[in-house]
Write a protein of this length. Structure first.
Length: 227
């Protein structure tokens, strides 16, 4: 009887230990499964956000190519017109004749500076739903730089692109030409140079953004969970 009473507690402890192990293993397994599911969800969210940003940035890049092509065509026209007037002035050609040439080449004077789309909606969504937190750090850095550039370019379009251009003067010169009146050739040359320089500066900024977008879109797009 003594031996039987001695073995009973030992047998109960083994059962308890087995049940304890089963519970612990169940909890560990559940936690591991939950962590794996969470990681998969994070990777999927990162991949989806990256795909959306890649699509948006590619559209911007395509628009940049078109914009630069238009601006550079206009810049070439301004170069030709500016050189024509500058050469005439150096040769002391009469203002009347220079005005005739200005009217003949008036189509070369394109004062509008084109800008590409600078949409950041895909980035804004990724930040809002926190999917940017799960994009690989090096790629996230490139995305951040690209979208910072787009925002800066948008600000340049609003405040900097025409900063050195005398808009009222250009408007007056074009109005005079529309009315068949002669204009001061030197004043017109100043207007041409102002627009040309502004366009050149703007295109430099756009080209810089273009380079950053090429880096983002042509690097490895693998996404990974942040640690």
């Amino acid at each position: 009887m003594r031996l039987t009473s001695f073995k009973r507690p030992l047998h109960s402890f083994k059962d308890f230990f087995k049940e304890y192990l089963l519970v612990v293993l169940g909890v560990v397994t559940a936690l591991a499964a939950s962590a794996w599911i969470t990681r998969v969800q994070h990777d999927q969210a990162a991949a989806a956000a990256s795909a959306q940003m890649d699509q948006e940035l590619q559209a911007v890049l395509d628009d940049i190519h078109s914009t630069l092509k238009s601006n550079r065509a206009n810049a070439r026209g301004l170069d030709r017109l500016g050189k024509l007037i500058a050469d005439d002035l150096r040769q002391d050609i009469p203002a009347k004749i220079i005005n005739e040439q200005i009217r003949a080449h008036r189509d070369e004077f394109q004062s509008e500076i084109y800008f590409p789309d600078t949409s950041t909606s895909a980035w804004d969504v990724a930040v809002a739903n926190q999917s940017v937190d799960w994009i690989a750090p090096d790629r996230l850095q490139r995305y951040s730089k690209a979208y910072d550039d787009l925002r800066a370019l948008g600000r340049w379009e609003q405040t900097g692109s025409y900063a050195g251009v005398n808009g009222p003067q250009i408007s007056n010169l074009m109005t005079d030409l529309d009315q068949g009146r002669d204009v001061d050739p030197l004043a017109f040359l100043h207007a041409v140079e102002q627009v040309r320089i502004a366009m050149e500066s703007t295109d430099g900024n756009i080209a810089s953004v273009e380079n950053d977008l090429v880096v983002v879109l042509h690097k490895d797009s693998t996404v990974a969970e942040r640690h």
